[in-house]
Design a protein around this ligand. Structure first.
Ligand SMILES: [Fe+2]
Ligand SMILES: [Fe+2]
Length: 145
């Protein structure tokens, strides 16, 4: 019996990702427009960061689409085992970053500082958690596709 296709390979799922990817172009345009409309450096910085994030999202959505339609992502625990030491060092550095960022946030008083630090902390948490998930997979015994 043929193996049932995962839902990710359905037309509906792919459409959702493609529609979302199109919206990234719209958010990039909004960010560009707002950057031109303001001279405020904090607003400009916010728009710049959102624009970068949207560009990154577009690239990741494309990789996801390609992995589902062309060449699947394959990740074997042995491959992670081979970079285990590097992963652990990286994880530790991200953890230390988070510690410093939290310390700075806990000590700060100004709105702007809190605004920027909370964005950065969300990113550092993301980095730490992504690496943590990869690290977990080292112990997995199945292929992840
Ligand atoms: Fe996005
Ligand atoms: Fe980081």
């Amino acid at each position: 019996m043929a193996k049932k296709k995962p839902v990710e390979q359905s037309a509906a799922f792919l459409k959702t990702i493609r529609d979302w990817q199109k919206l990234e172009d719209e958010t990039i345009r909004h960010a560009d427009t707002l950057m031109k409309k303001t001279r405020n450096r904090l607003v400009k910085m916010t728009m710049e960061m959102i624009k970068h994030d949207s560009q990154k999202h577009k690239a990741m959505q494309q990789m996801l689409i390609d992995s589902l339609t062309t060449e699947p992502f394959i990740l074997a625990p042995e491959e992670l085992g081979a970079i285990s030491e590097g992963l652990n060092k990286h994880l530790a550095a991200e953890a230390k970053s988070l510690e410093l960022a939290d310390e700075a946030l806990n000590n700060c008083e100004l709105f702007v500082t809190r605004y920027i630090l909370s964005y950065l902390i969300a990113d550092e948490q993301k980095h730490h958690s992504l690496l943590g998930k990869l690290n977990e997979l080292k112990r997995a015994t199945v292929f992840v596709t």
